[in-house]
Design a binder for this molecule. Structure first.
Ligand code: HAM
Length: 404
C-alpha cells in the first residue's frame, strides 16, 4: 500500500487476539465498576484547547508538546482530548450535576490523543477507562479507588506495583515549592537542560525526570510529605490506614508527582515492572471544579491505560463450537433456514462462502478449527435433514435441523 494511505504513526488498528485482550480488560474493569455502583457517561472527543491548557497546566509535556489542536471554522482552537478528567469536570459543571445529588461516581471509556514518541505500549491514539468521583472529600474514597486498582490487577492476573504520595494543598504546597526551588537552584549544574528550564516554573516535575543525573540530583531534595499541613497530613494518614484495612499492597513514593498539574493531596500510580511504565494512574483534584466556575467540589479519579494493560493479560483460546454450513447445489433457501434455526437456539452458525468441492470445504473447516460441519445437498433437502459431521471424532449423522 502506498505510504500516504497508511495509518499515521502512533495510530493503530486493534484486531484479532489484541482485540480479545483489549475487550478482556474493558469488560473486567466495567464489571468491577458496576459492583461499586459507578455510572457511565459518554463525553466528546473534542473540547476547546483552553480547557486542557487551564486544567492540565501550561507547563506540562501534554500541553506544551503533545496536544493535537486545530481551528474550527470560526477560528477557535479545539483539541482532540489528551485525557478525560478535564472534559468530565466540564460536563459535571455544564450539566449542573451538583444540583442533582450530593456526590457522583462516574466513568467513561474511549480514545485519547497525545503526540508522543510511539514505543511499546505508547501510542498517539490510545484508550482509557476513566473513573471520576465528584463531591467526596473522605479519605476512604481515595482508599476505595486504590483498592479498585488492585482489584483490576487481581482480576486480570497482572503484576504491578501501586505507588502513592501526597502533593498537599493550597495551604502547604507553596512553602514546599519554595524549598524545592531553593534546593534545585543549589544542584542546578547537575540537572538536564529541560529541568533547568522548568525548575522554577514547574519544579515538581523535576522530581519525576528520567535522566540519570537528575535522578541523582533530587535524591536529597525536600519531600512534600515533610511539608504537609495538619489537614493534609491527617488525610494522608487516614488513606494509608484504610488501605491497610482494605488489604492493599502499596509503596510510598515521595517523588511521585504525576504529569498533570491539577492534583492535590493523594496521587497514585500502578507501575508495571515489565513495561517500565504506569498502567493506571490518578489522584485527587479538589480545586478543579471550582477553577472552572463550579461550586467548590472535592474530587478524585484515575484512568486505566487499556492498551498497556492488554499487553499484560492472557486470553484463553475461544472454544465456542461453530456450526459450519456447506451447501451443495440448489439448496440455498434451505441452508439459510437451517442457519436461522441454529442461531435461534443460540448456536454460532456460519454458511460457507468458500465454494469448491467437499474435501476443500472440510479442509477449510478444519483449518479454522470449526467443531461441526452441516452438509446440505439435494438429498438432505428432500429428506428434510442435514448431514452433521463432528470434526473432532469424524462421526457423521443425518438429523433434522431442529434436533441439532
Ligand atoms: P495519565 O497518567 O496521563 O492520567 O494517563 C493514565 C494512563 O493512561 C497512564 O497510566 C497510561 O496507562 C495511559 N496512557 C497515557 N498515555 C498513553 C499513551 N500515549 N499510550 C498508551 N497509554 C497511555 C490521566 O489521564 C488522568 N486523566 C487520570 C485521572 C483521572 N486522574 C484523575 N482522574
Amino acid at each position: 500500500m502506498p505510504e500516504e494511505f497508511q495509518a499515521p504513526r502512533g495510530f493503530h488498528d486493534i484486531l484479532g487476539d489484541e482485540l480479545k485482550r483489549f475487550r478482556k480488560v474493558t469488560s473486567t474493569v466495567r464489571e468491577i465498576l458496576r459492583r461499586h455502583n459507578f455510572e457511565e457517561m459518554i463525553l466528546p472527543v473534542v473540547e476547546f484547547a483552553d480547557l486542557f491548557e487551564r486544567s492540565i497546566g501550561e507547563v506540562t509535556d501534554i500541553v506544551q508538546k503533545e496536544m493535537f489542536t486545530f481551528e474550527d471554522k470560526k477560528g477557535r482552537r479545539l483539541a482532540l482530548r489528551p485525557e478525560g478528567t478535564a472534559g468530565a469536570v466540564r460536563a459535571y459543571i455544564q450539566n449542573r450535576l451538583y444540583t442533582k445529588r450530593v456526590y457522583h461516581k462516574l466513568f467513561y471509556e474511549g480514545p485519547m490523543f497525545r503526540h508522543e514518541r510511539p514505543q511499546a505500549g505508547r501510542y498517539r491514539q490510545f484508550h482509557q477507562i476513566g473513573v471520576e468521583v465528584f463531591g467526596a472529600s473522605q479519605p476512604y474514597a481515595d482508599a476505595e479507588l486504590i483498592r479498585i486498582c488492585q482489584d483490576i490487577l487481581e482480576a486480570l492476573d497482572v503484576k504491578a506495583d501501586i505507588e502513592i504520595n501526597s502533593l498537599g494543598c493550597r495551604v502547604c504546597r507553596p512553602a514546599y515549592r519554595e524549598a524545592l526551588v531553593e534546593y534545585l537552584g543549589r544542584v542546578e549544574d547537575k540537572l538536564c537542560s529541560v529541568c533547568v528550564d522548568r525548575k522554577e516554573r514547574n519544579p515538581l516535575r523535576v522530581l519525576d525526570c528520567k535522566v540519570e543525573t537528575c535522578k541523582e540530583a533530587v535524591k536529597e531534595a525536600p519531600k512534600m510529605v515533610d511539608y504537609l499541613c495538619e489537614e493534609c497530613r491527617d488525610h494522608y494518614a487516614k488513606v494509608r490506614e484504610y488501605l491497610e484495612v482494605l488489604g492493599v499492597r502499596y509503596r510510598e513514593n515521595p517523588n511521585l508527582v504525576r504529569g498533570l498539574d491539577y492534583y492535590t493531596r493523594t496521587v497514585f500510580e500502578v507501575v508495571s515492572p515489565d513495561l517500565g511504565s504506569a498502567v493506571i494512574a490518578g489522584g485527587r483534584y479538589d480545586y478543579l471544579v471550582e477553577e472552572f466556575g463550579g461550586p467548590p467540589t472535592p474530587a478524585l479519579g484515575f484512568a486505566v491505560g487499556v492498551e498497556r494493560l492488554a499487553l499484560l493479560v492472557d486470553v484463553p483460546e475461544d472454544k465456542e463450537p461453530v456450526y459450519f454450513i456447506i451447501p451443495f447445489g440448489d439448496v440455498i433457501h434451505y441452508a439459510l433456514k437451517v442457519a436461522e434455526i441454529l442461531r435461534k437456539k443460540g448456536k454460532v452458525a456460519e454458511i460457507s462462502y468458500r465454494g469448491g468441492n467437499l474435501r476443500k470445504q472440510l479442509d477449510f473447516a478444519n483449518r479454522m478449527g470449526y467443531r461441526y460441519t452441516v452438509i446440505i445437498g439435494e438429498d438432505e433437502v428432500r429428506e428434510g435433514v442435514v448431514s452433521l459431521k463432528d470434526m473432532e471424532t469424524g462421526e457423521q449423522v443425518k438429523v433434522r435441523p431442529e434436533e441439532i
